[in-house]
Ligand binder design. Structure first.
Ligand SMILES: Nc1ncnc2c1ncn2[C@@H]1O[C@H](COP(=O)(O)OP(=O)(O)OP(=O)(O)O)[C@@H](O)[C@H]1O
Length: 329
């Protein structure tokens, strides 16, 4: 569906040169859901706008839905849906009129656009709102209408630029339910931008991490978390008072399998007779019981244990030295 090579966009503004996107390669297969993840200003929207033919690349090439974005922009546009960050609906129109207008824009015959509008009103739960003015809709309802507008031409490829930004968690979950259901029904390919880590983790089959206009990683979320971040096992272990921390640490390390991961032993901060064992590892969920069993067999009493699984924020931190969560906040 998408094959981009060396995609680059440089803006010149007031004597400044802004390298918004640099040398980006992207492949998206039919039916995939791919998320571009990165902080504000990383270049996600600019990349998407080049792929939708709205911006001409400074250099590089992209084929989208079988056509070249520079040489065949109208063929690209006829085969994609694009929902930008701004609101698609003209505010003076009513919900159904806006959908019908969109159908006319794509040159659909009246019967067809009325049928599609009715279908999308149903699929995106806009029933009862058909005659409402768009300016009176809630944020979540407006975003669902945006998605409906982007789907009027039945595109095999849908681009969503920050579909859920500004929505409350309930509306966000609701929008995602609708998008997932549509995807299941139509097999549509979806490319979206987001800076919600949880959203990318849960919804996307593949995450393209973008920072300073460059792709810094591109893989399924679970692979990124395995390759670029650690799970952390934490266990609180009872210790005998006379033992020095060094001796305890040595004994604990020796009882654990050598390949378990990076082990650290710290005294409890409140001076109690416990030590905190942390193990940075991959496949933490499988290794947690192994570690606990090894400690138990060696005679240690484990008072509590927990597992913190690697997140996409850890991935971003390890790749860039910055926390995406903090940057976005
Ligand atoms: N038309 C433009 N003229 C000048 N600079 C621009 C223009 N459009 C984008 N930029 C700059 O290019 C860089 C990338 O912007 P872009 O909007 O692609 O980032 P983004 O990752 O989508 O950010 P956000 O999450 O805030 O939407 C930023 O530094 C931005 O200020």
């Amino acid at each position: 569906m998408i094959r981009a090579r060396g995609l680059t966009k440089t803006f010149h503004r007031k004597g400044d040169t802004i390298r918004a996107v640099e040398n980006v390669d992207i492949d998206v297969a039919e039916g995939e859901l791919v998320a571009f993840l990165g902080p504000n200003g990383a270049g996600k929207s600019t990349t998407m706008r080049m792929l939708t033919s709205l911006l001409t690349p400074t250099s590089g090439t992209a084929e989208v839905a079988g056509f070249d974005v520079v040489r065949e922009p109208s063929l690209v546009r006829s085969r994609i849906g694009y929902i930008g960050q701004g609101n698609g609906g003209g505010y003076s129109y009513k919900v159904r009129d806006e959908l019908h207008n969109q159908g006319r824009f794509y040159g659909l015959p009246g019967r067809e656009y009325r049928r599609r509008a009715a279908d999308l009103i149903d699929a995106l739960e806009l029933g009862g709102l058909e005659k409402r003015g768009i300016s009176s809709l809630s944020g979540g309802q407006k975003r669902r209408l945006d998605v409906a507008l982007g789907l009027m031409n039945h595109p095999p490829l849908l681009f969503l630029d920050e579909p859920s930004t500004g929505l409350d968690p309930h509306s966000r979950a609701n929008l995602w339910e609708h998008i997932s259901a549509l995807r299941e029904r139509t097999g549509m390919t979806i490319v979206l931008t987001t800076h919600y880590l949880e959203e990318a983790d849960k919804m996307a089959e593949r995450v393209v991490v973008i920072d300073h206009g460059r792709v810094v990683a591109d893989a399924p979320p679970a692979d990124l978390e395995r390759d670029y971040a650690d799970d952390v096992i934490t266990a609180s272990v009872a210790i005998d008072r006379p033992d020095s921390l060094a001796a305890v640490s040595d004994r604990i390390r020796k009882c654990l399998p050598p390949d378990i991961g990076e082990v650290e032993v710290m005294p409890a901060p409140d001076g109690a007779d416990t030590a905190t064992v942390t193990i940075a590892t991959t496949y933490g969920a499988e290794r947690l019981p192994v570690a606990l069993e090894a400690l138990r067999l060696a005679g240690w009493t484990v008072q509590s244990a927990s597992l913190t699984q690697a997140s996409l924020d850890d991935v971003f931190l390890n790749l860039t030295g910055r926390s995406l969560r903090e940057e976005v906040a």
